[in-house]
Design a binder for this molecule. Sequence first.
Ligand SMILES: [Fe+2]
Length: 188
Amino acid sequence: MQFPEGVRIDGITGDVTPSTGRYLKKLSALRDLYEAPELVDAYIAQHGDVDAYDVIEYRPEGSDICFGTTIMHPGKIGREYFLTRGHFHAKSGRGETYYTQSGQGVLLLHSRSGETRAVEMRPGICAFIPPDWAHRSVNTGTEKLVFVWNCTIDAGHDYAGIATRGMRQLAVEQNGRLAVIGNPKYRD
Ligand SMILES: [Fe+2]
């Protein structure tokens, strides 16, 4: 039987109490998602294989929904910022929300039919991610980007499609500011 529970979420650190699981992504695991993977090698040679992001989950056994936080560290690889892998949900018809708690960033999205959108991530903005839109978050600031995600457990993750084809858009720094541009390396 499931019981109600209040879960404390720290919007600065991203800590979730209680939590049911967590994982950490190192920068090296994201190497081939960048437009210039050799710059990831150079970054790691200089700074070490730093933490790129943490995910902390609250996933009660038997529940249909789950939520948790993603804590993205700041950093840049060439003109790109630190980013998450990006995914479609494995199950069609499953959306999600990303509610930013601290930091600043941009959420890149594209639909299966090729439409693109970018949604600003900053405290107070809760992004609606419709079903069947790929999503990747990017930390464009100098502090941690912390957001709360909320989706159904059966949504699942399809990371392979984005790993193979890339996202349709890139978030890059141009003339000292954020620009969202088409990804020249996207493979349709
Ligand atoms: Fe998702």
